[in-house]
Design a binder for this molecule. Structure first.
Ligand code: G3I
Length: 388
C-alpha cells in the first residue's frame, strides 16, 4: 500500500500543473518566487518546478518599495530584472507586487519627516517610475500591479488598537503603545501647502486614491489591483473590504481587479467553503472586476522550526480540500483569471516564523514532491495545469 501511494505521488508530481487548456483557459497559475533563487543555478528543483507548473510569477519581496527604491532617488531593478528575463525566456507573465503598502517601506521614507505633499510626491514618483520601467523594458510581461496592499485591514487593525488603548487608559498617540501603526502613506492629504490641517483628510482613502490615479496615469492599459487578506471567506472583513472597494470603484477610481491573498489555515474548512469563496468572487465580478487569488497558502501545524514536518497527516487531507476548494471557486468563476501560490514548495514559503508552529503550507514539500494538496489541485485543475 505504501509503495502504491508513493508511486501515485511520484507519478502525479510529474504532471505539470498547467497541462492542456479548456473551459477557463485564460486561467494563469503561478507562484511567488525569489528571483535569485530561480536564476542563479543553486536551486534546480525549484527552477524546474516553476517551469513545469507556472505561467505567472510574483516577486516575494524584490518589487516592493524597500528593495526597488532603497534610497532617495536610487532605484535598484537588478533582481526584478532577473525575474523579467526569466519570465520572458519561459513565456510567463508577472504580477507586480506591490506599490503602496504599510510594510517594507525604507527608512529614508519612514524617518524623512516629510510633509503630506512631499510624501504624496514620493509615492507618485515611485509608482510612475516603477510601472514605466517594466512597461517600457518588458512590454506585456507585467500584466497587473497590486497598486495598494492591505490598506483596509491595516487601518481596521489600527482603529481597533486605538479603541483598546483608550479603553485601557493608555495614551493612544504614544508610539510605544502602538503595535499596529498606520502606513506612512496615510499622512497624505493631512496638511496643505501652508501646513494647515485639511478638514476632509481621510487617512485610509486619500493615499489609495493618489496611488491608483498615479498608476493609471503611468500606464493607461495595465490592470490595477487592490490586494488584501481575509477578504474571501466568512469573516466580517470580507464584506467590509468589498464595500470599501465598491465605494471607491463607484466614485470612479480606476480599480480593475481584486486580489484575494488567501493565506489560510485549517479552521476555514467547511463543506460550504467553495460556495462561500465563489459567492465573494461573483460579487466582485458583478462590479465588473477581475479576480486573482494572489497568495494562496494553507498553513498546518508542524513540529519543526523550518515548518517542513506536519504534526498530523490528517491535516494534509484537510489542507488538500481547502486548496481544492479555492481552486474550484476560481475555476467556476469566469472573472477569476489567476491562481497564485505564496511559494510553490515548503522551501519557498513565507518566513516560517510568521506563524510559529505552523508551516507546510504549499503544494510541494521541501523535496519538490507533490503533497496531497498538489494531488487535489491536479484533480480540480487537471487539464488546466499545463501550459501549452
Ligand atoms: O533581505 C533583507 C535584508 O536586507 C534586511 O536588512 C533584513 C532585515 O529586515 O532582512 C531581509 O528582509 C526580510 C525580507 O522578507 C526578505 O527576505 C524581512 O526581514 C522580512 O520581514 C521579509 O518578510 C516578507 C514579508 O512579506 C514582509 O512583511 C516575507 O518574505 C514575504 O513573504 C511577505 O509577503 C507578504 C506579502 O507581500 C503581502 N501579504 C502577506 C505576505 C506574507 O506575509
Amino acid at each position: 500500500m505504501f509503495f502504491k501511494n508513493l508511486f501515485k505521488i511520484m507519478l502525479l508530481s510529474c504532471l505539470p500543473l498547467t497541462s492542456t487548456l479548456s473551459a477557463n483557459d485564460s486561467l494563469l497559475i503561478g507562484s511567488a518566487v525569489t528571483p535569485l533563487n530561480l536564476t542563479n543555478g543553486t536551486r534546480p528543483l525549484l527552477t524546474q518546478a516553476i517551469k513545469d507548473h507556472c505561467t505567472l510569477l510574483v516577486a516575494t519581496n524584490d518589487m516592493k518599495f524597500y528593495f526597488i527604491h532603497p534610497k532617495k532617488g536610487v532605484y535598484d531593478f537588478t533582481k526584478s530584472d532577473l525575474l523579467m528575463s526569466f519570465a520572458v525566456a519561459n513565456d510567463m507573465k508577472v504580477r507586480g507586487h506591490t506599490l503602496a503598502w504599510g510594510q517594507q517601506v525604507p527608512d529614508w521614507v519612514k524617518n524623512g519627516n516629510y510633509t503630506s505633499l512631499e510624501l504624496e510626491q514620493i509615492l507618485v514618483d515611485h509608482i510612475t517610475t516603477v510601472i514605466k520601467h517594466f512597461a517600457t523594458n518588458y512590454p506585456g510581461v507585467v500584466i497587473c500591479w497590486d497598486v495598494v496592499n492591505e490598506a483596509y485591514n491595516i487601518e481596521d487593525k489600527y482603529q481597533k488598537e486605538q479603541a483598546k488603548l483608550i479603553a485601557q487608559g493608555l495614551d493612544p498617540t504614544d508610539p510605544a503603545n502602538i503595535k499596529c501603526p498606520r502606513p506612512i502613506w496615510s499622512k497624505i492629504g493631512q496638511y496643505d501647502a501652508n501646513n494647515q490641517p485639511i478638514a476632509t483628510w481621510d487617512p485610509l482613502r486619500d493615499y489609495v486614491r493618489v496611488a491608483f490615479h498615479a498608476a493609471r496615469q503611468a500606464d493607461p492599459d495595465i490592470q490595477l489591483f487592490y490586494n488584501d487578506y481575509s477578504n474571501e471567506g466568512t469573516g466580517s472583513s470580507t464584506l467590509e473590504v468589498y464595500n470599501f472597494v465598491k465605494d471607491l470603484k463607484e466614485e470612479g477610481l480606476p480599480i480593475d481587479g481584486i486580489g484575494m491573498q488567501c493565506h489560510l489555515r485549517l479552521g476555514c474548512y467547511s463543506s460550504k467553503y467553495t460556495d462561500i469563496v465563489k459567492n465573494t468572487m461573483q460579487k466582485y465580478a458583478d462590479l465588473g472586476m477581475i479576480i486573482h487569488v494572489t497568495e494562496l497558502d494553507v498553513s498546518i501545524p508542524t513540529t519543526d522550526s523550518l515548518g517542513y514536518c506536519p504534526t498530523n497527516s490528517n491535516d494534509l487531507i484537510t489542507q488538500a480540500n481547502i486548496f481544492a476548494g479555492v481552486a474550484t471557486a476560481c475555476l467556476q468563476t469566469p472573472a477569476c483569471k489567476a491562481l497564485v501560490f505564496w511559494g510553490i514548495s515548503y522551501r519557498d514559503a513565507k518566513l516560517p516564523t510568521t506563524v510559529p508552529g505552523f508551516g507546510a503550507a504549499n503544494p510541494f514539500d521541501q523535496y519538490y514532491v507533490g503533497t496531497p494538496a498538489y494531488n487535489s489541485l491536479v484533480s480540480v485543475l487537471g487539464v488546466h495545469w499545463g501550459k501549452h
